[in-house]
Design a protein around this ligand. Sequence first.
Ligand code: SF4
Length: 277
Amino acid sequence: MFGRLALSLKITNWCDLNCTHCCECSGRNNPTNFMPATKAEDYIGEFQEVPFNLAQHYTIGGGEGLAPYQFGDYDYIPQVLSCIYKVDGVPTIKTNGVWGAKANLRSDILKGLAHSAYVGNKLLTLDISVDEFHNNLNGVANIITDVVQSDYLLSAIRIALLGFATDGTRKAMNQLRSKLADRDVGWDNIPNGDIGVYRSGGNIGMRVIVNDDNAIFDLGRAKQNKVYTATGQPTMTYVNCIQIDNNNLAILNYLYCEQIAGRPLSRVFESLQSKVK
Ligand code: SF4
């Protein structure tokens, strides 16, 4: 193995969408089964002792990565973010953005996330899938609009829209652009296939990542027992990912799994690393 190693925390199998293709074994009928926030803190702390070149990337995902808010727990995500910031990490939260359709919840979540980012003094990224599989365009349009139209949110929250190089994704992205068009939120093509979302007066650097396998890999998209999308060619900036799920399973690069079984992450990683061919 070479490159760097990022940590991804899968905090729940609950999700308010029920996508048929779900690669995270998640959905509306799954129990929340949240990874306790203190456990997440332990993993982040133990990760610092893993004998490898550590990346700054820390991902919170699920299921729905912001699910705790939807169950009335407004402390969980700030607590985990605070821990990530303490180790100088850069956080990404994977979310479907459906909550963006609920005005009060959206306001609470965005303000809460921005507050964490200001305290941590580092941008926070929301990683949202926009493609043919997710029924989330209204919520995503509302989130982007709120962020773009607020200097406070804009300085704290970055949004990465993730899709595929398919006609279905292009259609969904165009539908989203149409929804934004009437809200003083524009959308422009920028070089290398990315798409920038901007408000009048300037590009604000949001990115749409289409079929960028390395980016998907970096962000820790995974499934317990199946290799998924992680097909980027290794480079010197190659980022390996160790995902810890809410059932105490550790997964390295979507290929090698082990129960943690009470061991510190450094030991678990060494054991997983020994399986890498
Ligand atoms: S939004 Fe993501 S986690 Fe939720 S059901 Fe769909 S694919 Fe699975």
